[in-house]
Write a protein that binds this ligand. Structure first.
Ligand code: DX5
Ligand code: ZN
Length: 229
């Protein structure tokens, strides 16, 4: 794996919403590869965050792709709306979709990369039959709902398992890790086979600023993968 396949996706959940556009621009200038946007409905997860209008606002501030993570029930009702708001990829939770095959098709029809997110307890096998419909798999490394939680180490074997499944298919599917990604956890997640690290607190709440947060995460990932600074 070479350095440039490590992608850093800052999650705006941890940003200062009063200065959102400015913070997104700062993350982009510091080398962020994607901007991750967490949509929560107070039903699938016990928290409410933002809707398509915020995605639109971020789209105006950023040229890099917007990765929209839907932590909502009945996501099929909102796929088109988020696609129209500027999402490049849209992930839905396998636990929220009794008709996952249909929803992934709907995301692709809306012109976005289709993503599937898995809660920590959901096995890799849950998406075995539809994996080739996904362009991105979001492995939740915390229980979805809040930023700033601790990385769950027992998700690492699942990342390895998904990486094997993808490699066996010879498919071009990204694995994201989402939750509790910091300098001390990113290495294990990327070594297990993830290619996109989503990070909220580690970027937007870094004591030395957004750029330092991104640079440090990338350095820690490269060090874990290649044993160098
Ligand atoms: C949690 C969200 C994450 C969250 C990560 O439900 O899906 O994207 O923003 O935040 P940190 O990196 O602070 O754990
Ligand atoms: Zn997320």
């Amino acid at each position: 794996m070479s350095e440039n396949v490590i992608k850093i996706a800052p999650s705006i959940l941890a940003a200062d919403f009063g200065r959102l556009a400015e913070q997104v621009e700062e993350a982009q200038a510091a080398g962020a590869d994607l901007i991750h946007i967490d949509i929560m409905d107070g039903r699938f997860v016990p928290n409410i965050t933002m809707g398509p209008q915020v995605v639109e606002a971020v789209a105006k501030a950023a040229a890099i792709p917007l990765d929209v993570h839907l932590m909502i029930v009945e996501p099929e009702k909102y796929v088109r709306r988020f696609a129209d708001s500027g999402a490049s990829s849209i992930s839905v939770h396998v636990e929220a979709c009794p008709h996952l095959h249909r929803v992934l098709g709907q995301i692709a029809d809306a012109g976005c990369a289709a993503g599937v997110a898995l809660n920590p307890h959901t096995p890799a096998a849950a998406i075995g039959e539809i994996i080739n419909m996904a362009q991105v798999i979001n492995v939740m490394t915390v229980n979805p709902g809040f930023g700033g939680q601790q990385f769950i180490n027992s998700t690492l074997p699942k990342i390895r398992c998904l990486r094997e499944m993808i490699d066996k298919l010879g498919a071009d599917i990204e694995i994201e890790v989402d939750g509790g990604i910091h300098n001390d956890t990113i290495g294990a997640a990327m070594s297990a086979g993830a290619s996109i690290a989503i990070a909220g607190a580690a970027v937007f709440q870094h004591h030395a600023g957004i750029a330092a947060g991104i640079v440090e995460l990338r350095r820690a990932a490269v060090k874990a993968l290649h044993g160098e600074d």
